[in-house]
Design a binder for this molecule. Structure first.
Ligand SMILES: *Cc1c(COP(=O)(O)O)cnc(C)c1O
Length: 495
């Protein structure tokens, strides 16, 4: 299978090349030329396999230039011993129809672990194949969860360095401590004065600057990306939607009319993976895209106008505080039937004017696939409280946005098919906000807050978060947002 760039589909590369390089030279994202479809027999057979077995099966369909041994090595490395009970994606059921797909049982307690435990294996296998022998420098822009998950995935991986940029005021105290205390010889963490979009634009700019690229090459290094613009981040996310479908089949759910999927969305990676699962044959009806007060995607789905010229809100679901959803480009490419020039034009408009409007054809496809809904912090808190009171289920702020969006969908459409709601983080990762939904008594200290939340709810704290209590801060640098390249040079000791 080949991969083409969304902005120039004459660029055709192998999966190893796409993963090793992250982004195409003209700024486009790599997409598979076609999407493999699985038969009912294949889904039935997959239902009998464990998560790793399913992962190998799915990856073989997409990474056709990897050998079976390589895929097996990657999957075993990623999913052995790093997730609770070897179950990376268990389902919790609320009432009859609601399936909460818990994607936070990995080392950093957010869904990004599912992809970022695997990516370093995919990447090191890919760079061996593309055989340039250079040291890989992973640059990450994070709104909180990606950074930590990438650091955990890449720490002490041979022949790599990883540099993470996060907005100094835009992450939760737990997320900040998780990153600033990261262990490993090859890890670097820099806060920047700016928001997530500043961090992401800065990283993209460094990536595509040919002068910087040359400087790195002279030092025997090469950039790659662990952000969800990398296909190696996206493909692992398809697996858990297939796994969830198999689990629903196994427990005998009536899926004859299909089911809906709700995803709390930021960069559009997770929901795009759900779309890929649908195209592969999973009977998904609607994809419900949930946003917080940064409702750029809700407005886009409702109007066909994507407009980032608006106020940016710092919310209690910070991993969704995004106004430029990078992976939407892949979705638009598919909806526009692979019209690369059209996508290049839209992205150009976005870069120059901060907005674009899609044509009628793309808009009608968008509306038939997706439903967009959003809720602000007040709605988030109410949903955490209601969900706990009604079902005894404690959810984090991002998952609450998704549950809230689902309730809006249900009220507006009456469509009560079974639903999968992606739960993207442990409630303890955002303990202060979650506790404030349930109680007026919020301790100053983060770990006292965690204790108070445990006492109130009886929900166990995940070990990696409990252990942070004794963590030592290693990284304290804060850079101006225009000095990100300088930060890179400092971290890599080049000039
Ligand atoms: C990253 C993240 C999201 C958003 O996912 P995208 O793939 O960027 O849309 C939602 N919730 C949490 C907890 C996250 O870490």
């Amino acid at each position: 299978m080949n991969y083409v760039s969304t902005r120039n589909n004459e660029v055709k590369v192998s999966s190893a090349f796409a993963i090793a390089h992250g982004i195409s030279v003209e700024g486009g994202l790599y997409v598979p030329e076609n999407i493999p479809v699985l038969s009912d027999e294949e889904f039935a057979a997959l239902s009998k396999l464990d998560y790793k077995g399913k992962a190998e099966y799915v990856l073989k369909k997409y990474l056709t230039d990897f050998t079976d041994e390589e895929i097996s090595h990657c999957v075993n490395g990623a999913y052995t011993g790093s997730f609770d009970d070897e179950l990376p994606a268990p389902i919790a059921q609320l009432g009859e129809n609601i399936n909460i797909l818990e994607l936070w049982h990995g080392p950093t307690c957010a869904f990004k672990d599912l992809a970022l435990q695997l990516l370093p294996y995919l990447l090191t296998t890919s760079t061996k194949k593309t055989a340039d022998g250079k040291k890989t420098v992973i640059l990450v822009a994070t709104s909180g969860d990606t950074g930590k998950a990438a650091l955990e995935g890449f720490k002490d991986v041979d022949n790599t360095e990883i540099i993470v940029f996060y907005p100094s005021e835009g992450v939760s105290p737990m997320q900040k401590l998780q990153m600033d205390s990261q262990k490993g010889k090859n890890v670097h963490v820099c806060a920047i004065k700016g928001n997530f979009d500043d961090a992401q634009s800065g990283v993209k700019k460094i990536f595509t600057d040919s002068e910087i690229k040359n400087t790195l090459a002279q030092n025997g290094m090469e950039f790659s990306s662990a952000n969800s613009i990398n296909w190696g981040r996206l493909v692992p996310q398809i697996i858990y939607y297939i796994s969830a479908y198999c689990d629903m089949l196994s427990k005998g759910d009536d899926l004859s009319d299909g089911f809906n999927i709700v995803v709390p969305t930021g960069n559009f990676g997770n929901i795009l993976a759900a779309y890929y699962a649908k195209k592969m044959g999973v009977p998904v009806n609607k994809l419900i895209c949930a946003s917080n007060a940064n409702r750029v995607l809700t407005d886009f789905i409702n109007t066909g106008v994507y407009d980032r010229n608006r106020d940016f809100y710092t919310t209690m679901s910070p991993s969704m505080d995004i106004l430029i959803s990078s992976n939407l480009e892949r979705m638009l490419y598919i909806l526009a039937d692979g019209d690369d020039k059209y996508i290049a034009k839209l992205q150009n408009n976005l870069a120059n004017e901060g907005k674009f409007t899609v044509n009628d054809d793309v808009f009608s496809k968008l509306q038939s696939l997706f439903y967009g809904a959003c809720c602000d912090d007040e709605g988030t808190l109410k949903t955490i409280k209601n969900t706990f009171e009604k079902y005894g289920y404690l959810c984090d702020t991002h998952t609450a946005v998704a549950i809230n969006a689902y309730e809006q969908y249900l009220n507006n459409t009456g469509d009560n098919r079974p639903v999968i709601i992606a739960s993207t983080a442990s409630p303890y990762k955002f303990a202060k906000s979650v506790l404030s939904a349930l109680s007026c008594d919020i301790p100053e200290n983060e770990f006292d807050t965690v204790d108070a939340l445990t006492e109130l709810t009886n929900v166990t704290v995940p070990t990696p978060l409990a252990e942070l209590k004794n963590a030592v801060v290693r990284f304290k640098d804060i850079y101006d947002k225009d000095d990100m390249y300088k930060a890179v040079c400092n971290c890599l000791k080049i000039n």
